[in-house]
Write a protein that binds this ligand. Structure first.
Ligand code: FMN
Length: 346
């Protein structure tokens, strides 16, 4: 458990300067950030807005998975949609029913996006913004109307004209609470489905933009750049973060090559390979393996390797390779194609 907490602390420190926490905390929105490379895909950051909205403290959330906010009436199909989007590493926007710490259900617009490392195009973090959806039903019951262009503030004026002092504030969340207080029920009555308005969608999109700007800025200060779109070397293959984690568990020295890309670049290099050769990952991923050869490398062995790749057959050779510091070493190299279920080389 301690090592898990260590990983969570490191999750940000490796890539951003320490001030990133403060900068994210200044943003007014409700959002969380998760790290897919840590087992259980835990939350590594929760904004002040999110803590206020959910009623949880930071300590109760950090290290947990976002599913902790779901409950009996959360739509299973929507959860599956989110799971698929995470697996395929793509953004998603859905209306989702969650529960606060005190058990109160509430509808929100859940908008998720990804942060990619610039050096290898890997997804380093997921960001999710949670915008509370102002219930249209409560509005109708209270005889209120809602228009997108500035209607939110007009509505707020109407509500806060008669609201109790202790809940009078500017956020949509509090607005929801006021509407619940004003209604006849306990506030626990909840619709089966709920649609976010265009205004709420715009709010979520702006929040994501702002969060990504902060992360990009603070990654520039460490030189380990991130961006909101996959942005790595052109023509480089991508390895999903889940496959990356699995490969990371293999302790041997090995690399993966994508034979379908121009010049057959390396798309993965294990830690043991980097230790053996003295290179950094960003120096080798995206390159053809020929950088390991040198003046005394036997060309007949190179020919053997080329033939085994062309014929898609495994081969084992003994080849003289060179480290980054130019020192040579004998490499007992085994090359093997990886095939899919129908036998096609991946
Ligand atoms: C950045 C991020 C934040 C998330 N926040 C929430 C959340 O606030 N509420 C929620 O119900 N699910 C949230 N999720 C989704 C769950 O963590 C989980 O991915 C989802 O329930 C589907 O996976 P499962 O089927 O393994 O539970 C979040 C996911 C990510 C990546």
């Amino acid at each position: 458990m301690d090592s898990q907490l260590g990983l969570i602390e490191q999750s940000f420190n490796n890539r951003y300067t320490l001030w990133v926490h403060e900068a994210l905390d200044e943003l007014p929105d409700s959002f969380t950030i998760t790290d897919p490379s840590i087992s259980g895909h835990p939350i590594v950051f929760a904004s002040r807005g999110f803590l206020k909205m959910s009623g949880f403290s930071r300590a109760e959330i950090i290290g947990r998975n976002g599913r902790m906010f779901q409950g009996p009436r959360t739509n299973r199909r929507t959860i599956m949609e989110i799971r698929e989007a995470i697996r395929e590493e793509r953004p998603i926007e859905v209306n989702l029913l969650n529960y606060k710490k005190d058990g109160t259900p509430f509808w929100m617009l859940f908008k998720m996006s990804l942060v990619f490392g610039k050096e290898d195009g890997r997804a380093t973090h997921f960001v999710a913004v949670q915008v509370p959806i102002v219930s249209r039903k409560h509005m109708r019951n209270s005889g209120m109307s809602y228009s997108e262009d500035g209607g939110g503030s007009r509505l707020r004026e109407i509500v806060f004209g008669s609201c109790r002092r202790e809940v009078c504030s500017d956020s949509l969340l509090d607005l929801d609470r006021v509407l619940a207080l004003d209604s006849d029920d306990t506030g626990l009555e909840i619709e089966d489905s709920c649609e976010a308005s265009d205004l709420e969608k715009r709010k979520a999109a702006t929040a994501i933009d702002n969060i990504l700007s902060v992360l990009t800025h603070y990654s520039q200060l460490t030189g380990r750049l991130v961006c909101g779109k996959r942005c790595s070397l052109p023509g480089m293959g991508f390895i999903s973060s889940s496959l990356y984690i699995s490969l990371g568990r293999i302790k041997q020295s090995f690399v993966l090559i994508d034979p379908h890309l121009p010049d057959m670049p390396m798309v993965y290099a294990s830690d043991a390979f980097l230790k053996l050769t003295g290179y950094d990952r960003n120096e080798v991923v995206g390159q053809n393996c020929r950088f390991l050869n040198g003046v005394d490398t036997d060309t007949t062995v190179l020919y053997q390797i080329k033939e085994s790749i062309q014929t898609e057959q495994a081969c084992t050779v003994r080849i003289l390779n060179y480290r980054k510091d130019k020192s040579s070493f004998w490499n007992l190299l085994h090359i093997s194609p990886i095939r899919n279920a129908s036998g096609k080389v991946l």
